[in-house]
Write a protein that binds this ligand. Structure first.
Ligand code: PHE
Length: 471
């Protein structure tokens, strides 16, 4: 065990922010957020999302980055180090074992969808969408995901890119990638929104996104919003803790966390402003579900004049966003192996990436050969779910809330207030925001997360309970 191994540090606060925002901004923003918003009535969902982001996801994000910096190691070893230093049980490391494994499994299927983004970038560039209509677009996507070998191939490519970046380490790998990818991502996004603003559907999209129709809000909307917020801002899977470990002691964590959350939310809303105007301009369905960006949006690209350029920009944006998130999912397990075994960083990255790739094949097959294979159907809530569905559901509904609650309790109740203040570079009187954050971490986050947690385990019970309260 090379527990004394010293990691590289971020070369500046700016690159840390680029990497952390890169982790946060991903498929969750450009693929998941728009369709969940579309399915849940638009504006009202966004409003609830903003509130739960500020009150629940952001406070936990701050706590997670702080724990990473306190430990200075991989998430698993960081919690062990912090627990030892403050004479607490090292059993608290279950949270980061859970988070690291959770992140590993998320990466296995994230890579499959990342592969779709790569494939669709190729399709867009080669002009495949020209003149495409709804049925043809559906067929194109359908036959793509029906082919196991094709999906496996794109998944392999996506995983290989990520492993290639992670092998390079912090400065020569992650930093180099995010420093050129993040500005590219922002440029592409702004370009797409400017284009979307010139289409006739823009005002309808703005109305859809910013009009609060509360008739569509159910207790479930809150649960979805919290879950989406956790996933989107990358909390509870160790990614942010790993990135926090490489952060200089002088950097302010609260302001960094606020910037990450604002950038993440801003990108999600801008992605909505890029996508929905097209959906409305070409009279497509805003509530198309997971197929929204792969089936619906290409139809718009096929009909517009600048479709080749705009479509290529869009899928390139999606691919870049997915890569900068995927590397942060790979880092916690790789850093742990590098610290705790004799593996070099290169062998650790190849091993973790290789096993993750193998596990990911099961998700790729979930869309075709194994589409009727429901591995954990014996557990009622997992009935009818493919390997892909099970991994996504378990990671986002069980692991993320479970680990999130443990992080909040560990920081809010297990560590002392003085320890926490010191970790946040505060000496003397605590500023007012500290009291608010501390209250959110101690009381609001655990309670709210407990509710999402329970809702995943006993969906009907919790929905009934919350529904009853609302009447
Ligand atoms: N935040 C990423 C996204 O929105 C996914 C992710 C979750 C990445 C958790 C790292 C950790 O796509």
């Amino acid at each position: 065990m090379t527990g004394t191994m010293v990691h590289e540090q971020w070369s500046s606060r700016f690159v840390f922010l680029m990497a952390a925002i890169g982790s946060a901004v991903g498929l969750g923003n450009v693929w998941r957020f728009p369709f969940i918003t579309g399915e849940n009535g638009g504006g009202a969902f966004i409003l609830i999302y903003l509130v739960t982001m500020a009150a629940i996801a952001l406070p936990i994000l701050m706590a997670e980055i702080m724990l990473g910096r306190m430990g200075g190691k991989s998430p698993i070893n960081s919690i062990i180090a912090v627990a030892r230093q403050h004479k607490k049980s090292v059993l608290w490391a279950v949270m980061t074992w859970g988070g690291t494994l959770g992140g590993f499994f998320v990466l296995s299927y994230y890579s499959v969808i990342g592969g779709w983004a790569l494939k669709y970038t190729g399709l867009a560039v080669s002009g495949t969408f020209a003149g495409i209509e709804g049925a043809a677009s559906e067929q194109l996507f359908g036959s793509f995901i029906a082919d196991p070998a094709g999906l496996a191939l794109w998944h392999t490519l996506f995983m290989a890119i990520n492993v290639g970046i992670i092998v390079g380490g912090l400065r020569k790998g992650i930093e180099r990638a995010v420093v050129f990818m993040m500005p590219l991502l922002f440029l592409l996004l702004v370009g797409l929104v400017v284009y979307a603003a010139s289409t006739p559907g823009f005002s309808a999209a703005v109305e859809f996104l910013f009009t609060f129709d509360f008739s569509k809000v159910t207790p479930n909307t809150f649960l979805l919003a919290i879950g989406q917020g956790f996933f989107s801002v990358s909390v509870a899977l160790g990614a942010m803790m790993a990135y926090g470990a490489y952060l200089d002691k002088s950097v302010s964590i609260p302001s960094s966390a606020v910037m990450i959350a604002i950038a993440d939310t801003g990108v999600a809303i801008l992605a909505g402003l890029a996508i929905f105007p097209l959906v409305f301009s070409f009279a497509l369905e805003p509530s198309a579900g997971p197929g929204l960006v792969f089936v619906t949006v290409p139809v718009a690209f096929g009909q517009m004049e600048a479709g080749l350029i705009v479509g290529s920009m869009f899928f390139l944006l999606l691919s870049v966003a997915a890569i900068t998130s995927a590397i942060s999912l790979l880092e916690p397990a790789v850093a742990y192996m590098e610290e705790s075994t004799r593996f070099s960083r290169r062998s650790a990255a190849l091993t973790v990436g290789g096993v993750c790739w193998f596990v990911g094949l099961a998700s790729a097959f979930s869309f075709n050969d194994w589409s009727a294979f429901y591995p954990l159907a014996v557990l009622g809530v997992l009935e009818g779910k493919t390997v892909f569905d099970v991994l996504d559901f378990v990671a986002t509904s069980w692991v993320q809330p479970g680990v999130g609650i443990m992080m909040a309790v560990f920081v809010g109740w297990v560590l002392s207030r003085d320890t926490v203040m010191e970790a946040l570079n505060m000496n003397g009187a605590a500023p007012a925001w500290f009291g608010v954050w501390y209250f959110l971490v101690r009381i609001v986050c655990p309670l709210a997360v407990l509710i999402i947690f329970a809702s995943a385990v006993w969906p009907d019970f919790v929905t009934g309970l919350l529904g009853g309260m609302g009447e």
